[in-house]
Design a protein around this ligand. Structure first.
Ligand SMILES: Cc1ncc(COP(=O)(O)O)c(C=O)c1O
Length: 379
């Protein structure tokens, strides 16, 4: 079926016992068994819950994988991936510019289990190839990156990773959602999302999901989901399912507003630099056009100094100052002190996450109102 149809229907049959069109919230911890070993496919809700299963089946279809698993947060989903792929003595490669929490997980927790990490500029394929070792088990790429919107050639990285049978390419697709980018079709082995962002889309739930290409990986991740237990609740699963039904329409609106806002910012003399892959001046524009079907609603722009960023952020009214992104409402943030505070200052500077950088998650409001808000703040 087409993406819009799948977004609404995949994994979601009307409830057989009542005919309910909306998948019910199965708020239960356990399921009655007729006799020992005789049940309807559900035993205990950490292992399997019908509401969560509907979301997992839906996401597997939207990302084109064999299976999906939903977790309590994007970070819980990433943790499960590290439990699947990395053991003591292994090596992993990660894009140098990823969400600060991803770096924190790898550097402050997983590294202490005896896993060695190399951070590379994954937009440069030679750097990725040069970092590969015989014991490299995971290459983790975020594209576009948070917050600088750098674009990595996923197919190019997958060719490098594919040469080593025991290594897997993981792509964080949170910024694009499967509506604009499908990493498995570009050669990735698994995709992770913070469903907190565009998939849920309404800033009212925290969650994560992993979709996998290989059945053996999927079976192992299902084991980890049950054994480690960081599952998404039935209510949150239902919220995300409901959010996904309008994902295509919301993403189109984010994309449309994103382009207008980026062009407005480029013209504004207070703005030193704008990072948005939809602008022809963006270094990854041509690649973004090839591997994505839209550019999304994430923009970063540099105001030149911390003082200017602080003043500007205290004067916006309609744009809400806050962490997170991907909701229907426009959110604005300061990466250096908020989302990327856990990245050491020297590393932030090297990456270009300056103290004057502001990140905008463009919502789906009337774009003229958003521009008026920025205009008033600039004045
Ligand atoms: C790109 C990206 N990946 C992963 C995460 C982590 O997701 P969560 O906050 O749901 O744990 C975030 C959160 O901001 C993110 O922006």
């Amino acid at each position: 079926m087409g993406f819009r149809t799948d977004a609404i229907h995949a994994g979601q049959e009307p409830d057989p016992s009542t005919g309910a069109v909306s998948v019910p919230i199965f708020q239960t911890s356990t399921f009655v068994q007729e006799a020992i070993g005789k049940h309807k496919g559900y035993e205990y809700a950490r292992t399997k819950n019908p509401t969560r299963l509907a979301l997992e089946l839906n996401m597997a279809v939207l990302e084109g994988g064999v299976a999906g698993y939903a977790f309590a947060s994007g970070m819980a989903a990433e943790t499960a991936i590290t439990q699947l792929l990395l053991k003591q003595g292994d090596h992993a490669i990660c894009s140098a510019n990823v969400y600060g929490g991803t770096f924190r997980l790898f550097d402050k927790i997983v590294r202490h289990y005896g896993v060695d990490f190399t951070y590379v500029d994954s937009t440069n394929l030679d750097s990725v190839a040069a970092a590969m070792r015989a014991n490299t088990k995971m290459v983790f790429v975020e594209s576009p990156t948070n917050p600088l919107m750098a674009i990595t050639d996923i197919r190019g990285v997958s060719r490098i990773v594919g040469k080593m049978k025991t290594c897997r390419l993981v792509v964080d697709n949170t910024f694009m959602s499967p509506y604009f980018q499908q990493p498995l079709a570009l050669g990735a082995d698994m995709v992770i999302h913070s469903t907190t962002k565009y998939l849920n889309g309404h800033s009212d739930s925290i969650g994560g999901v992993v979709v996998l290409k290989r059945q053996d990986d999927a079976d192992q991740l299902q084991f980890i989901q049950n054994a480690a237990g960081a599952i998404l609740s039935p209510f949150d699963s239902w919220l995300v399912l409901r959010g996904i039904k309008t994902l295509p329409q919301r993403m189109d609106a984010h994309n449309e507003n994103g382009l207008v806002m980026a062009k407005y910012l480029v013209r504004n003399r207070n703005v030193k630099k704008v990072y948005y892959p939809g602008l022809p001046s963006h270094p990854g524009h041509a690649l973004a056009k090839r591997q994505m079907s839209g550019f999304g609603g994430m923009i970063a722009f540099d105001l030149g100094s911390l003082a200017k960023a602080k003043r500007f952020l205290s004067r916006v009214r309609l744009c809400s100052l806050g962490e997170s992104l991907g909701g229907v409402e426009t959110l604005i943030s300061h990466p250096a002190t908020m989302t990327h505070a856990s990245v050491p200052a020297a590393q932030r500077k090297k990456l270009g996450i300056t103290d004057g950088l502001v990140r905008l998650s463009v919502g789906i409001e009337d774009v003229k109102d958003l521009i008026a808000d920025l205009e008033a703040a600039f004045k």
